[in-house]
Ligand binder design. Sequence first.
Ligand SMILES: [Ca+2]
Ligand SMILES: [Ca+2]
Length: 220
Amino acid sequence: MKRLHPSHPPSWMNTSAIVFVAALLVSDGAVLAGTITGYAGASGAGLGVVTFGAVSTPGAGNDDVAGASPNTVVITQKRFDTFNGIWTIFDVASNGLPATEYQVTETVTNNTGGIWIGYQVMLGTGTDSGWVQQALGTGLDFDLPDDNSPRSFSVLPTIVYDEVTIDAVGGTILPGETHVFTYAIDVPDGMTQFTIRTSPRMFVVPVEEKTWGIIKTLFR
Ligand SMILES: [Ca+2]
Ligand SMILES: [Ca+2]
């Protein structure tokens, strides 16, 4: 179900769950959870340049967090040179505890030569022709159902999202402009890698073309 960014965060606190996780963390003596261990590269026809800053996980297994998680992923530069997607891949260590929440920040540059009217972020696995969007309900998600952490796309203020897709629209990003976007993700235990797919949206499709496209699809 798609929804608009809420003005009032939902109730999220589950005391028994927090106590349970805290007990696990303390009993082991070590911090264990599904955590991002590193950046495994970028690909896609939109690339450009991707410069990975750092991943930091001081609060492994902390799902859920209200506000910005202390765990961070920073992409210091993501430059789109053509109007296509860029996939960034992350390695994950599984250690038997629930999800770890990260606040992702990416600094995005429009080097495509065209005006953007939107920006899309998706979660999944693989890249390019091997890309598979994450199914709903797996635990890899954009901080849902808790939905209580920052999600901001600068000059694109209208944000429509579900567990695995964010569409930010409502403004324009001109050629040469750079903007900082941020969003929260939950990384569950039980996976070795995942991918963040990002892509600009450029043109509004005219009604006539959309109609023709529908017709072509029907008769193909
Ligand atoms: Ca959260
Ligand atoms: Ca969360």
